[in-house]
Design a protein around this ligand. Sequence first.
Ligand SMILES: *Cc1c(COP(=O)(O)O)cnc(C)c1O
Length: 385
Amino acid sequence: MAKLTKKDAFATRAVHAGVHPDPVHGAVNPAIQLSTTFVQPAPGKPLTFDYSRAGNPTREALEEAIAELEGGATGHAFSSGLSALDALLRTLDAGDHIVAAEDAYGGSIRLLNRVLARQGIKTTFVDTQDPANTQAAMTKKTKVVLLETPTNPLLRVSDIKANAEVAHDGKAMLLVDNTFMSPALQNPLNLGADAVFHSATKYIGGHSDVLAGVVACADKKLGEQVKFLQLAVGAVCPPFDSFLLLRGLKTLVLRMERHGENAAFIAGELAKHKAVGKVFYPGLAKHPNAKVHAKQARSGGGMLSFELHDTKAALACVKKTRLFQLGESLGAVESLVQIPSLMTHASVPAEMRRKTGLADGLIRLSVGVEDKKDLWADLKQAIEA
Ligand SMILES: *Cc1c(COP(=O)(O)O)cnc(C)c1O
């Protein structure tokens, strides 16, 4: 049985975290435990689990792995990335206030504006790249600062440590959406965040076949509240999906290395191309916050975006790609392309898109793990077509 020590590197821990060979057969992988109920030797005295919403062995293996890999006291797995964020935000009360990154994931903005707002929890959106903006938006009622870095789709980078200090000065907690980096490339809890969450649908799953979310909490007290919300609300990650995510974690380091290598290559080629306007990739030296990113993350990751002249040019390009398939989502082995203004960010009001600099001709790439030269040849001919 593999036993991890604190000195083991991330790549080692990613393979073994959460996995305990079963004592009967010695199986190296956790079983997919589909039972929803568990026989109790005496009333109210279950062996370990009683009912699968409250706890399930396969989900618990995943939750242990996420806590281990994000450096958290607790880990929690949900049925989607948004249900993971929702659980964290349900720790708030009516009248509380949130300060959030203005170019956060469109679905996160929708959750804040159209669900939380109706429950009396208001959000102020700011450009968190400058922590002074975060500070200026904080009020006595601010309980949460919500950060995403790098952001989607403009790959803006915010300083996690500096924003954590601002949040804590105002007695608020810092939540970080770490989806774009995955636990392999960035660990916000080590930089002062109180909780980190992921759409595990993306890099953690890595194969476009699981919808899930995960949370890791820095301290047990917040973790207990989140665990209570799993029981009380019930948006938990199913056992089969938990198994797939554990499987995904084992190759996460390998995949992120290739995603990063491919994306850095393509970003470099795009930056040299005459028909391409701005290129947004945190691994490029000329990215405005390249230094902050390099300080808090281990690579530029696999996501990038670039501007073509207008919507028409962008539409013509995405029609012509052969390997980059047109689709929402990101973070899987296959490369995807999309136009945020028409797809993922169509639900963000046009005025807000303009304010954050999201151009109509912006194209976002989720660079997969295919051969980088094949990918660039495909993209190049599409841009030039
Ligand atoms: C996809 C995504 C989410 C939402 O996750 P779901 O699993 O789709 O619910 C949140 N944040 C980011 C950055 C995402 O890309």
